[in-house]
Design a protein around this ligand. Structure first.
Ligand code: FES
Length: 105
């Protein structure tokens, strides 16, 4: 596993992108849980964010793809609206240890 960042790096209700070993991933912190996904929209396979670290919709309730507006559940990455409805973001296995987020790619 690889250390991604300290948990304090991501504020409650926020998201953050990372480049690690040539891969792009992002983390969403919600209710003190951390959700980690590959930064790849199932629609066209491109990065999701419109600005650095901006992966959420305006309410901060859903993950949003900036290109065509697909919306994904934070909890399991399922697309609930948009051109890839029914598909999912690819989750990244992770664990929290000693205040750090560790991922396996
Ligand atoms: S590329 Fe994400 S919705 Fe089209």
């Amino acid at each position: 596993m690889r250390a991604l960042c300290h948990t304090d790096t991501i504020a409650e209700g926020q998201s953050k992108g990372f480049e690690l070993e040539g891969q792009s991933v992002f983390v969403v912190r919600k209710l003190d849980q951390f959700f980690v996904y590959h930064n790849q929209c199932p629609h066209l396979g491109i990065n999701l964010e419109w600005l650095p670290d901006q992966f959420l919709d305006s309410d901060g309730c859903l993950i949003q793809c900036a290109m065509h507006g697909a919306l994904f559940l934070i909890e399991d990455g399922q697309c609930i609206a948009g051109p890839c409805q029914g598909q999912r973001l690819t989750a990244v296995a992770h664990e929290i240890r000693e205040g750090q987020i560790w991922i396996s790619l």
